[in-house]
Each structure stands twice: as C-alpha cells, then as structure tokens.
Design a protein around this ligand. Structure first.
Ligand code: C5P
Length: 238
C-alpha cells in the first residue's frame, strides 16, 4: 500500500540485521523503502520478506534487463513478493517493457494481489555524453532520457526514475499521471557525496517529483528517524 509520504529510503547495505533495524526505526517517518540488487542478491528473499513485514511499501530496484520472455518471467517470479514498485531498463526496448508491464498485470490478477507500479530506468546518471557515444548512442543524455521515457510510456510503464533536473521536461512530455521517481536528493546543508546534480526535497517536489529516493541523508545521520522525520515535516507530511 502506498502512503502519502513521498520519501523512500534507500537501504544500501548487505547487512540484514542493520537493514531490519533501520526499517523498524524509520517506519512511521517515511513512505517506503528502496531495496536494490546489493541487498537482494546478498541476503535473498527471506531477508527481503523480513523487511517487507514492517508493512512499509517497497521499491524493489533490480533494474531488470534481458529478452522480453526472460524479463516477463522474472517479473512473474517477483510479483508474489508484492513490491509497491519494480523497475526495468528502458534500453531493453519497447517489447521488453510491454512484456514486463503485462506480466505484472497478469500475475497480479492471477494471484489476486496489487500489481507493482512498473518503472523504467532511462539513462543511468553515471553515464555522460561520451559514455553514450562509446556505446553507439549519439543523442545527448537529456535527449535519450526523453526518448526512452516516451518509449516507456508507450509500453505501458507507469513512470521513470530520473534526476530532479529532468522532472520538469518529463512532466511536460509525459503528463500528470506518469510517476517520476527522483534520487540525488539532499536536504539543505548536506554533503553532496558522489552525487553531482542534487536538489533539496522541497525543490524536487515543487518541480513535480512523485517519489524521492533518499539514502545517506537518512541512513548515515546520527539519528535516522529524526532525519527522516525532519524531511517529512519539511514536505508537510509530519
Ligand atoms: O545516498 P543517496 O541519497 O545518494 O542514495 C541514492 C540512492 O538512489 C542510491 O540507492 C542510488 O543507487 C540510487 N540511484 C541514484 N541515481 C540514479 C538511480 C538510482 O542515486 N540515477
């Protein structure tokens, strides 16, 4: 179940005890948790289930990318875990995204569960123009993000992961219902760490983000619950 609080905290750890403790501590102060491939591959389904048992919605960030049949089968295998959000790489193409979106709907109907919101990753923020050029993509990162978001929408995906700086252009192109999930968020006064294009939670929401993925600003704080609660209040969700 989705809550109103738009903050999903990224549990970037392989330590299952630490992850469970954080999940329990943060429950009530955040809208959900993001679990990525690091935790899922290291800790497995049982550890995932422990975290999901907190009742918080989970964004299962596995960035699936393979042929349509394989991705559809993977989505089918993951749906019973009932993640609120699941994602695939848009670079897998229209048919792959369509297969993923249909697999989520069909499996949810079959099992009488809520389908995950299916999200596409457009261009990884670690890739610059020269990296795209090296893999044969002559478009700029921004052009490629807009192109892949359009393809994702055609394929029936519910939204994309994007930088806060792309939110406005994507909102204009994709309309009000397309979900924009935004990492690279730092409350005012926080270190940028390795993120290059950051924005505060308030500015990102004002620009039109639907969900904010926030990791270190919460998880590395002296008091993570207090940090999460301060972010929630700054957004009017206290
Ligand atoms: O600690 P921080 O708030 O920078 O963590 C952001 C989270 O969002 C991490 O899990 C990171 O892998 C993820 N992410 C990102 N940029 C993207 C996609 C995902 O920072 N473009």
């Amino acid at each position: 179940m989705m809550t109103d609080n738009p903050v999903f905290c990224a549990l970037d750890t392989q330590d299952t005890a630490q992850a469970s403790q954080l999940a329990n501590t943060l429950s009530g102060h955040i809208g959900g948790l993001k679990i990525g491939m690091e935790f899922f591959y290291a800790a497995g389904v049982a550890a995932y289930q422990n975290i999901a048992d907190t009742g918080l919605p989970i964004f299962l960030d596995l960035k699936l990318h393979d042929i349509p049949n394989t991705v559809a089968s993977a989505v089918k295998a993951l749906c019973p875990l009932e993640p609120a959000i699941l994602n695939v790489h848009a670079a897998g193409g229209l048919d792959m995204m369509r297969a993923a979106s249909n697999a989520a709907k069909d499996t949810a109907t079959e099992k009488d569960i809520t389908p995950p919101l299916m999200i596409a990753v457009t261009v990884l923020t670690s890739l610059e123009a020269k990296d795209l050029d090296q893999i044969g993509v002559s478009a700029t990162p921004r052009e490629q993000v807009l192109r892949l978001a359009d393809l994702a929408q055609q394929a029936g995906m519910g939204g994309v992961v994007c930088s806060a700086h792309e939110v406005e252009a994507l909102r204009n192109q994709c309309g009000a219902d397309f979900k924009l999930i935004v990492p690279g968020i730092r409350p005012a006064g926080h270190a940028a760490d390795d993120q290059k294009r950051i924005m505060t939670p308030e500015a990102a929401m004002k620009a039109g983000a639907d969900i904010l993925v926030i990791g270190r600003a919460i998880t590395q704080a002296d008091d993570p619950a207090q940090a999460a609660s301060a972010i929630a209040s700054s957004l009017g969700y206290a």
